[in-house]
Design a protein around this ligand. Structure first.
Ligand code: XUL
Ligand code: CO
Length: 439
């Protein structure tokens, strides 16, 4: 078989003293952390769209990326070559999973029928390649945002024909995800939102979104798809206001429509920051409400207010993310999908490897720090003490539902000289720094 990424051999763990940018310094798949292999803790996935479809364009200029498949112009030939190159990439990286949108892997034809035929052909090839590979499918999804038919949304479009088309597309995407053994199926509503309320029936649009998801749940049962359904919140971009704004909003929406038993969250770091939340906040909200599913690993740039989808290299963020993941009991069907793209200036194929190695090492280090934070227990102990007023006396009665306003008024009359304790934020941040530096 053709070798696409010449000059790169199997990437190995060399330990923290290695200077080799094509070696892992912290990611050691077989190393046991708290009774579990690192690979099983982290469940890394490569995102097909950024790594094999990304060309490095921005609103001001054309793509800059140089790729081994640049000379191929026939769309189906290109799709086949990219799929072969992808499996070489997964193997060299040692990535246990990948993720894709239907339109990432196969081009659209002149009709939906032809598009589905193209998809079937590439799925067949992917299935063959998966037989000789250790890389599995973490999740599949449908691209319901790229084509101009989705100009006003997909399941929230004012045009019922677009609703029907979207349903047909998701039906097919679910079938191919099942065919390839996908462990989850993702819904990200890129254009499910509005630009202005002057032309929008928000009630009908959100009800239709719920109807659409209900149909997906029914169809999964019909075809025997047992994977986890995931919703990926994002507040804006491309749409001004997206209905899946953030985790708390999505939980409210799911509960309103009785869909909560069927969905969990796919939290993306850069979407969290667009919603003016920290990454840790979104994972915390998901886990505390029983909706933690999977993660799209990336990071934004605080000086640029958009979805820059950079590879995650911020150790604070990965440590606090993995702290929440461990507290959630770890990943079950989910994993860490690099929904990240190399910068426009990093245009060589080898940059794809450097970027993934950097992201994987940053999360591996984050895992080690989080493990230390939890085992050491100082932070948990501090929090437990901070809320100890709810474990006895009047606090216990409040939590136990034994008192109402009248009883509390009586209590407050006798205890109106309030004494609070310090939150000790800086002391706790210094403890976190110590874990980062010492693990
Ligand atoms: C876009 C985004 C998507 C989803 C899948 O911001 O994150 O790539 O992850 O559709
Ligand atoms: Co994403």
């Amino acid at each position: 078989m053709t070798e696409y990424f010449k000059g790169v051999s199997q990437i190995k763990y060399e330990g923290k003293d290695s200077d080799n940018p094509l070696a892992y310094k912290y990611y050691n798949p077989d190393e046991i952390i708290n009774g579990k292999r690192m690979e099983d803790h982290l469940r890394f996935a490569v995102a097909y769209w950024h790594t094999f479809q990304g060309v490095g364009l921005d609103p001001f200029g054309v793509g800059t990326a140089e790729r081994p498949w640049d000379s191929i112009s026939d769309p189906m030939e290109l799709a086949r070559v990219k799929m072969e190159a992808a499996f070489e990439f997964f193997g060299k990286l040692g990535a246990p999973f990948f993720c894709f949108h239907d339109r990432d892997i196969a081009p659209e034809g002149n009709s939906l029928k032809e598009t589905n035929k193209n998809l079937d052909e590439i799925v067949k090839l992917a299935k063959e390649l998966m037989k000789g590979s250790k890389t599995k499918l973490l999740w599949g999804t449908a691209n319901l945002f790229g084509n101009k038919r989705f100009v006003h949304g997909a399941s929230t479009s004012p045009n019922a024909d677009v609703f029907a088309y979207s349903a047909a597309q998701v039906k097919k995407a679910m079938e191919v995800t099942l065919e390839l053994g996908g462990q989850n199926y993702v819904f990200w509503g890129g254009r499910e939102g509005y630009e202005t309320l002057l032309n929008t029936d928000m009630k009908l649009e959100t009800d239709n979104l719920a109807r659409f998801l209900k149909m997906a749940v029914d169809y999964a049962k019909e075809i025997g798809f047992k994977g986890q359904f995931l919703i990926e919140p994002k507040p804006k971009e491309p749409t001004k206001h997206q209905y899946d704004f953030d985790t708390q909003t999505v939980i409210g929406f799911l509960k309103t429509h009785g869909l909560d038993p069927y969905f969990k969250m796919n939290i993306e770091a850069n979407h969290a920051t667009l919603a003016a939340h920290t990454f840790q906040h979104e994972v915390r909200v998901a886990r505390e409400n029983g909706f933690f599913g999977s993660i799209d690993a990336n990071q934004g740039d605080m000086l640029l207010g958009w979805d820059t989808d950079q590879f995650p290299t911020n150790i604070y963020d990965t440590a606090l993310c993995m702290y929440e993941v461990i507290k959630a009991g770890g990943f079950t069907t989910g994993g860490l999908n690099f929904d990240s793209k190399v910068r426009r200036g990093s245009f060589e194929p080898i940059d794809l490897f450097y970027a993934h190695v950097a992201g994987m090492d940053t999360f591996a280090k984050g895992l080690k720090i989080a493990d230390k934070m939890i085992k050491d227990g100082k932070l948990d102990k501090f929090i437990a003490e901070r809320y100890s007023s709810y474990t006895a006396g009047i606090g216990k009665d409040i939590v136990g539902g034994k008192v109402g306003f009248k009883e509390l008024e009586k209590y407050a009359m006798e205890h109106d000289q309030i004494k609070n304790n310090s939150g000790r934020q800086e002391m706790l941040e210094a403890i976190l720094n110590k874990y980062i530096l010492e693990s």
